[in-house]
Design a protein around this ligand. Structure first.
Ligand code: 5RP
Length: 230
């Protein structure tokens, strides 16, 4: 296994480059959001320059803009019922490939694209590995109309919600013009039950628990890149 001598960003890059080797000619490919996903998009751009032909779709406006800046023409996901492959980062991932996503606020589109994908690859540096989910808050996209109602429901579920804010202290607004609550849970003993409760709460558009979507993880540490399959 090739040693990776430098820091986290080189690990993110190495994991992404390895995952992108799964991309084949003719695939419809979901491009994730975040700093790790950007490395995957750069690796895809290099392969396109070498002749790869794919139909990419983006999980956020930021990703669509970044892909366009690299000369990758992104298709509108709205016209695709299913895609072949999605590649995206995670905030935290456990040994069963259950993850928390959404630090970038894109979890609604990310979850739709991941669910539509025949195969979903998570890419990460080894700092994202966790024995149990819950060190990171669970991001929850909410309809602003429902803010107080959802905050109350999250507290009932054992979480402490905090409205995500920008540097200017204004509420962070998603690509869908919604707000995000970052919900801190002391521990997440039963992620499936928590996800089901959040799914059942009106006013919640999406949450960052990705418990079934991820098929494989490419993770890089100082010892190189390894792949884990579900
Ligand atoms: C964005 C996400 C990101 O994929 C996740 O936050 C990881 O980001 P990064 O690769 O920058 O650490 O879910 O909504």
């Amino acid at each position: 296994m090739a040693q990776i001598s430098a820091g986290t960003d080189e690990m993110k890059c190495a994991a992404s480059v390895a995952a992108v080797e799964e991309v084949r000619d003719g695939m419809i490919v979901g491009l994730g959001t975040g700093s790790t996903a950007r490395h995957a998009i750069e690796a895809i751009a290099r392969r396109i320059a070498e002749g790869l032909r794919i139909e990419p779709v983006a999980t956020s406006h930021a990703t669509a803009d970044f892909a366009a800046s690299l000369g990758i023409p992104v298709r509108d996901f709205a016209s695709f019922a299913a895609i072949d492959l999605a590649i995206d980062g995670v905030d935290e991932i456990d040994p069963a490939l259950r993850a928390i996503k959404g630090a970038g606020g894109a979890m609604l589109r990310e979850k739709i694209v991941a669910t539509a994908a025949t195969r979903m690859l998570a890419v990460a540096d080894s700092s994202k590995l966790a024995e149990q989910l819950g060190n990171r808050p669970v991001p929850i996209e909410i309809l602003p109309f429902a803010q107080a109602f959802v905050e109350h429901r999250v507290r009932d579920l054992g979480g402490e919600p905090a409205l995500r804010r920008t540097m200017a202290e204004t509420p962070f607004v998603t690509d869908q013009a919604n707000f995000v609550l970052d919900a801190h849970f002391a521990s997440i003993e039963a992620p499936g039950a928590l996800a089901a409760a959040l799914d059942a709460c009106p006013g919640i558009l999406a949450h960052g628990l990705f418990l079934t979507e991820i098929d494989a993880l490419y993770v890089a540490g100082h010892d190189g890149v390894s792949r884990r399959e579900r």
